[in-house]
Each structure stands twice: as C-alpha cells, then as structure tokens.
Design a protein around this ligand. Structure first.
Ligand code: ZN
Length: 364
C-alpha cells in the first residue's frame, strides 16, 4: 500500500490529507490560508505536510492550487484569490520541506480524482465543470489531463455568452460564469425578490425578510420544499449550464461531464434543467449520443485526492496504481536537479484502469 499526501490550497483554507492508492483519506488537516502573503501561505503548506509526514510514510506529495499553474507545473502565474504572481511555488515549498512536491491546478486535481475514483470512473474523455462562486473547469482527453501550451487550458467560465452582457471580474462582459454560478443564482433570486416580493415570500422569509439575506443555501432549501420562485432560479442557472455544456460538447465531444462546486450540492434541482437545456441545444441532436451529465461524488476532498494521486504517479510512474514504489524513490528525488525530465513525465500521467498506453516522454 503506497500512501501520498495531497494538499488543496484555496483562497480561505489549506487542507491536506494522507491518501491511499484507492483514493481513501487516512488522516486530514485544515488550516486557514494567510492569503495575503505568499511566504506565509507556503509555510502553512509546509507545516501541514510536516505534521502529516510525522505519522505516515509517503511516496509523494502533491499540491492542488487555485490559480494558473505554468506548463512546467512549477510556477503559479496568477491566482485570483491568493497573492501569488509568478511565484515559484514548487521550488519554495521544496526548499522548506527538503523533498519533492508536484504542483497542479486545483480543478485539474479534482477532475483527475473524479475520473479515477468518483463520478467519471471508467471514462477517458471527461470535462469537469465546477459551479461555485465562479466556474472552474478541467479537461481530460484520452485518459490524460489536457493543460494547453501554457498550462492554462480549461477556463470556459470566461467564454462570452452574452454580447455586452454583465460585467465580469476578469474585465470582460457577458462571461458564462456571470450567468451560471453561485453568484448568479443568488443575484437572480435577490433581483426577483426585489421586483416581485409577493412571489418570493418563502425566499424572503428564509432570508430574514430582506432580499440581501437570500443566500445559496436559502435558495436550495426553498427549492427542495418546492417553492416556485426558488425552482425558477435553478431552472435559469441550470439552463445556462446546459447551454454551455452543449457549446463545450461542440468543441470537445466528451463522454461525461462532471458537475462539481458548491451549487452542484443542489443535485437534480440543477442537473435536471441543465440536462434538458443541453439536449435542446446540442448540435446534431437525435443523430449523436448525449454525453452523461453527472454530479461530482468526492465533494470538497476531490482536490486533495487528485493532487495526491497525480503526485504518486509522477514520483513513481512505473507503478501507477498498485505495488510498491521503487525503493527510496521519494527521498532520492531528482526533481530539483532535473525538473524538465520530471515535468515531461508528469504531463504524460495517464489514468490507470483505462487502456491508455504507457506514458512516453514527449519531445520538448
Ligand atoms: Zn470573465
């Protein structure tokens, strides 16, 4: 049984766990993220890893971080909710720990976990769409993560779906995540309650009597009770989700979409209207199969589990899913002496259990 540590670094918390090769969590720790300081965030990561290392023998350490990770998976180019700007995260954390770490984008790590152990198990062509505050996403093609030339592939939240539409945090207008996200759901409900308070009585009651009190959990609760106004909000957001998935299917033709993020906890309230809109909007419908649309299964642990599994495969690529790693492969890491070789290996990690051919280092 080989163990690995996965760390999920978000804007508010650092969560880390020891994960076995079946994706099960054996021990877990959480700390709040000192998001304003890159150095203190890196120290918080090193601290949780050190604490877990004290009680477990592991073969690899993986970090899943919320932000743009460069194509060598070493530098955080940009993180919207952390102070990282062109930060050499891999090197900084390795210096603090004295051993190798593998860095990955958090949505990529989550998608990997869902494809290995969760909702998309057995599928080789998968797209994860995480509907949370905004939209996070990741692409798996032929059993491998697709990262793009510079590591930044899979940002469909900023595809513009409405010309001159709502202003987005990225500076553009009409981005998909302005219509299909937790923020959009709440904005929709509040706007409805202000415009038509007599139709939003249950939402207002649960929100403490004012439109500003209406939150995501309030809308989910009201919708679960069958409140028509809340259901209408989910239909609107789900409709935008399904249309966007149809557009993504026009480009990628995946077998399975996994819908994660906080809004996906509403389950069928979101997925049913999404599936209906997807089937209406899909080009060539009636003459092609519909992709599966599934709710993510691993919840908030997906990033941890995926980061650990990707690190295990990168560090011990000859034994991706079973058997002991090479003796001392972790402590004798060569990554710091030869990061290029390591990055090439990492980029070719393939999902075990599929008929993906063995990883072959690409020419760089
Ligand atoms: Zn945008």
């Amino acid at each position: 049984m080989t163990l690995a540590i996965g760390v999920d670094v978000g804007g508010t918390k650092v969560a880390a766990a020891v994960v076995d090769e079946g994706g099960r969590i054996l021990a877990k720790l959480k700390r709040s993220t000192p998001a304003a300081s890159p150095q203190r965030t890196e120290q918080a990561i090193a601290d949780v890893v050190t604490e877990l290392l004290a009680g477990h023998q592991v073969v690899a350490i993986g970090l899943g971080a919320a932000g743009f990770v460069d194509c060598d998976r070493a530098t955080m180019l940009f993180a919207p909710n952390l102070a990282w700007r062109d930060e050499p995260l891999k090197q900084r954390v390795e210096e603090r720990l004295g051993c190798e770490v593998v860095v990955e984008n958090d949505a990529n790590a989550s998608a990997w976990a869902e494809a290995r152990f969760g909702a998309a198990r057995g599928y080789r062509d998968v797209m994860l769409v995480a509907v949370g505050t905004g939209i996070g996403a990741a692409i798996i093609i032929g059993g491998e993560l697709y990262r793009g030339r510079w590591g930044i592939a899979g940002e469909p939240g900023h595809v513009r779906v409405v010309p001159d539409g709502r202003l987005c945090g990225c500076g553009n207008r009409g981005c998909w995540e302005q219509y299909c996200s937790g923020n959009a759901l709440v904005a929709e409900a509040r706007e409805f309650a202000r415009r038509t308070p007599e139709g939003a009585m249950r939402l207002l009651q649960l929100g403490g009597g004012v439109a500003e009190g209406i939150s995501g959990p309030v809308i989910t609760q009201a919708a679960a009770e069958g409140d028509p106004a809340a259901l209408r909000c989910f239909q609107t957001i789900g409709g935008w989700l399904g249309q966007g998935l149809a557009d993504l299917a026009a480009i990628l033709d995946p077998a399975c979409f996994v819908i994660g993020g906080g809004v996906s906890e509403a389950g069928d309230l979101l997925i049913d209207p999404a599936r209906a809109a997807f089937e209406r909007a899909l080009t060539g419908r009636g003459h092609r199969p519909f992709a599966e649309i599934k709710v993510a299964q691993l919840g908030e642990d997906a990033g941890i589990v995926g980061a650990a599994d990707l690190a295990r495969q990168t560090t011990a690529p000859s034994s991706p899913s079973s058997g002991p790693p090479g003796p001392g492969s972790f402590m004798r890491s060569t990554s710091m002496a030869n990061p290029v070789t390591n990055a090439a290996t990492a980029q070719n990690a393939a999902i075990p259990g599929t008929d993906q051919p063995a990883a072959v280092a690409t020419t760089r």
